[in-house]
Design a protein around this ligand. Sequence first.
Ligand code: GDP
Length: 194
Amino acid sequence: MQSEFIKSAFYPKDFPVHELPEVCFVGKSNVGKSSAINTLINRKDLARVGKTPGKTRLLNFFSIKTKELHFVLVDLPGYGYAQVSKKEREEWKKSIENYLKLRSNLKLVVFILDIRRDPDEQDEVMFNWLKAYNKDFVLLLTKSDKLSNNEIAKRLRELYAHPMVSSENCIIFSSLTKRGRDELYQKIIEYCNK
Ligand code: GDP
């Protein structure tokens, strides 16, 4: 798998122009988004680029080339930082919403949740956008290594009570053990070829 950083951008006019399918990763800050991206592409540090100070609000575009597929992976800025101002938070929302609204080659949204936590208010905002803009998504329930199999089964039952969560759109994931990595990769291939 070949992966390469393309660019960071904030405004839609600066997004890279290409014909490739796109897959974006979204989630709260610290949920494990960078780790999940690095696990998917078998790299230790690629997604760290979004973590340099002053760059956390940018969208990061990567070219990912495998035997089966050439696609663009987009790391959307993590939301929910406690220490940012209201204005910054609004800007963030706008840029993520704009991306979801405008990017016509977006094939799949990988929405990352900590398997141990229920979706919170900001995750709900994301759910509402996915519904409003009719986006295909998969829920990556990460940090599953922190739970036993019994605890995972219990959490799944609880999460399935949420209207956006079902057994069809969830992947139990761990960046530590790589559980779910191949399932995620297959999902991406499936949606990029649709
Ligand atoms: P991001 O802010 O969403 O990009 O989160 P990071 O990928 O930087 O992860 C935040 C913290 O969670 C780090 O300390 C990671 O080592 C840890 N982490 C991320 N994924 C996993 C996982 O699957 N299992 C465990 N045990 N820890 C994880």
